[in-house]
Design a protein around this ligand. Sequence first.
Ligand code: THU
Length: 145
Amino acid sequence: MTDSDISEMFAAARAAMDRAYAPYSNFHVGACVRSESGALYSGPNVENAAYPQGWCAECSAIAAMVAAGEREISSVLVVGAPSDGAGGYVDDPDALCTPCGGCRQKIREFGTSETPVLIAGPEGLRRRFTLGELLPFDFGPDNLK
Ligand code: THU
């Protein structure tokens, strides 16, 4: 992945983060997945008054990819931080908004252990993982063959 690939994914995820619907946690998240074709799909977290019905940004981005007819994730970038309530973020520069356990599994469905998962703060990239680091000894589609 080039720096420009990462900047493009960051810009898409960061724009989605600004549009998050997170009135209950006030924690805004944006995710961008790059598919095998090179296209980008992004989305925010969308919460709900019935709290467990909310969903994560990664889920929005993956759904957009599948809706477009794609089935392979080549990389993921996630950015998240608490809203300051005035259009900005109250950010801890050491915080890492890594995907939750359920989202690690959702990424696995369309990715592999080598899939890069990049974590950003509101100002830019903070850390890179592979999905295998975040989800070791994974269970995936091959386990059902
Ligand atoms: N959230 C995400 O959208 N993605 C993550 O990787 C971590 C958590 C959301 C879920 C909820 O709307 C809010 O962040 C606080 O947990």
